[in-house]
Design a protein around this ligand. Structure first.
Ligand code: ADP
Length: 608
């Protein structure tokens, strides 16, 4: 007996121990594997010019044997060789990117993650105590049987099978622990599960169904029925599809446990003819903000899936979009060269426009939903502007939201411009409340001006590349409020200059301010690079070393500590200057260059 790979073993354990409550989805998973296997063979027949395989010959068949407690599913798809049986069913396909942590119990979160992989073939073990897979690969002479009772491992033995394809036999568990497994041997249950989850599969799913005649004493007849409508959901008219169907399709095709936030249907005729059904997820996929996330849409041409994730159909800034594109002209392409075609470009441009339009529409029709979307994926839109050096500004700028310091609500740039005269004022910081507590923000708000709170690191970079919005400049609020210098007396100026001599290597400038409220000091910056940007750059690998903000120490001229500076001896002034500077650095959320020195200065000052 062969053993399962470790990660597969864990998923199996989970399936067997039924942590996953929605057991019925096993049927959907197995049927979708059958459909994939047929797609693969059909596609091969087209590209390799194999004769004798016609589309209409393909089918999937379910049969039920209540007495033996066996549910079987047969397809005449591409099948598996001995090696493929072992490789494909011995390991969970995408487990590479999934980290099981030791022997910890799986949490809801983990289950959610597994859900996003597609629980796949192993879901059979949620309802079956034993699973047999009999398969013959297309073009091969021998067939093999894979058998497993779950965790301990699996066996593969040679067997007989007519024709290519795969049969899966599920030996359904006995009812126990309040679970009704027998229901999966009932025609009625199976029929409704196929309707619910697998209706769109484009090959007939057949089953022998008992027909009861209305005549008295007539014996019930068996007849073969096709259980699914076979029309892909994206080919149905709008009024033929319910929201529930759209949601079910989304969940099964894109491995999400939650309904999507919204769906977008497209039917385009013109330069390229295609239909598309697109979705925006409600929650961020667990690996969305990592390198492992693959963007892309499922690509069909003439009803056959040719790519599971065609990346070229989506710009990076809309990489969260999931969906299906079905091109009605045959894309004369192989799986490898899809990206080069002109049609793909045309389709992707039209998708980009549509998504942008739909998002704008959502923004005005259902603001709450839009904010949910923006909280999940808004940062990706900002990156879209930043990474393209502003090239996609026109597409993206009106989709952005920022918190208003005045109302605490998310607003668009258009709303800011409509409500406020003059430049667009922003302040960067850790949170809206931290920004509102800054003395300069307080002053701006008191003067009746609103301030956009930049709480994402990318914000300042984004607006640098936008340049302006609607002919309004972006202005850093920390730099915009300053005393014009005329109210600084000569005596004060002399003190400020002396402070500067003690901080020569640390700051670019020391200046007086009357806009700091009750705060003694604050640190700002002059020039292109702000303090927030310096922080971000410092964390980036390969960032050029010289990129530093030009630091400005502002001292509150009306604070009692300024009186102290005036009368301090030279050595005391040095100590105070350094302490005040350190304090400003900390308030700005930056790190002290030399914390020990600062600590000593403070303790010396206190012990005087
Ligand atoms: P996934 O379908 O997400 O890749 P599964 O665990 O469902 O993962 O299946 C693992 C692999 O086993 C599939 O990728 C496929 O190669 C193979 N497989 C499963 N069912 C069939 C089938 N009916 N015919 C041919 N191959 C199959």
């Amino acid at each position: 007996m062969k053993k399962f790979k470790t990660e597969s073993q864990r998923v199996l354990d989970m399936m067997i121990n039924s942590i996953y409550t929605n057991k019925e989805i096993f049927l959907r998973e197995l049927l979708s594997n059958c459909s994939d296997a047929i797609d693969k063979l059909y596609y091969k027949s087209l590209t390799d010019n194999i004769s004798g395989l016609t589309r209409n010959d393909f089918y999937i068949e379910i049969s039920l044997d209540k007495d033996a407690r066996v549910l079987s599913i047969t397809d005449n798809g591409i099948g598996m060789t001995e090696k493929e049986l072992s490789e494909n069913l011995g390991t969970i396909a995408k487990s590479g990117s999934f980290d099981f942590k030791g022997d910890e119990k799986l949490k809801d979160e983990d289950i959610n993650i597994i859900g996003q992989f597609g629980v796949g073939f192993y879901s059979a073990f949620m309802v079956a105590e034993k699973v047999e897979v009999i398969s013959k690969a297309y073009g091969e002479q021998s067939a093999y049987k894979w058998t497993s009772r779950g965790a301990e491992g699996y066996d593969i033995t040679p067997c007989e099978k007519e024709g290519h394809g795969t049969t899966i036999l599920l030996y359904i568990k006995k009812d126990e622990g309040g679970e009704n497994y027998t229901t999966f041997l009932e025609e009625y249950t199976v029929k409704s599960l196929v309707k619910k989850y697998s209706d769109y599969i484009r090959y007939p799913i057949k089953m022998q169904v008992t027909e009861y005649s209305s005549e008295e004493n007539a014996t019930p007849k068996k007849e073969t029925q096709v259980l699914n409508s076979m029309t892909p959901i994206w080919k149905k008219r709008k009024n033929e599809v319910t929201e529930e169907e759209l949601n079910e399709f989304y969940k099964s095709a894109f491995f999400d446990m939650q309904n999507p936030l919204t769906s977008i249907s497209m039917s385009v005729e013109g330069a390229v003819d295609f239909k598309a059904l697109l979705y925006i997820p409600e929650t961020v996929p667990y690996n969305y903000y990592s390198k492992n996330y693959e963007k892309g849409l499922k690509l069909y041409t003439n009803g056959v899936m040719i790519m599971d994730k065609c990346a070229d159909l989506l710009p990076d800034y809309f990489s969260f979009v999931k969906g299906v594109v079905d091109s009605e002209v045959t894309l004369n392409v192989s799986r490898e060269t899809v990206q080069q075609t002109r049609q793909i470009k045309a389709i992707s441009q039209s998708i980009e426009k549509k998504v942008q339009k739909e998002l704008l529409a959502l923004q005005s029709s259902d603001r709450e939903k839009y904010e949910k979307f923006f909280k999940a994926f808004g940062i990706q839109l900002k990156f879209g502007i930043y990474q393209s050096f502003g090239m996609h500004k026109e597409t993206l700028q009106d989709l952005l939201l920022f918190y208003s310091a005045k109302t605490g609500k998310l607003i668009t740039l258009k709303e800011y411009v409509n409500e406020n005269e003059g430049d667009i004022i922003y302040v960067s910081g850790k949170s809206v409340s931290a920004i509102k507590a800054l003395p300069k923000t307080e002053k701006l708000l008191a003067d009746g001006k609103d301030v956009l709170c930049f709480i994402d690191e990318v914000d300042e970079f984004t607006i640098k590349f936008m340049g302006e919005y609607s002919s309004k400049k972006f202005v850093n609020g920390l730099e915009s409020v300053e005393s014009d210098g005329s109210d600084v007396t000569d005596e004060q100026k002399a003190v400020l200059e002396k402070v500067k001599t003690h901080l020569e290597d640390k700051v670019f400038k020391v200046k007086g301010s009357t806009a700091l409220g009750s705060h003694p000091v604050c640190l700002t910056a002059e020039g292109e690079v702000s303090l927030e940007m310096e922080k971000v750059l410092a964390r980036q690998l390969n960032a050029p070393e010289g990129v530093k903000a030009q630091r400005v120490l502002e001292i509150n001229l009306t604070h009692p500590v300024f009186e102290k500076l005036k009368t301090a001896s030279d050595s005391e002034l040095e100590t105070l200057s350094k302490i005040l500077y350190s304090q400003a650095v900390l308030i700005a959320g930056l790190e002290l260059e030399n914390p020990t020195e600062t600590a000593e200065l403070i303790i010396n000052q206190l012990s005087k």
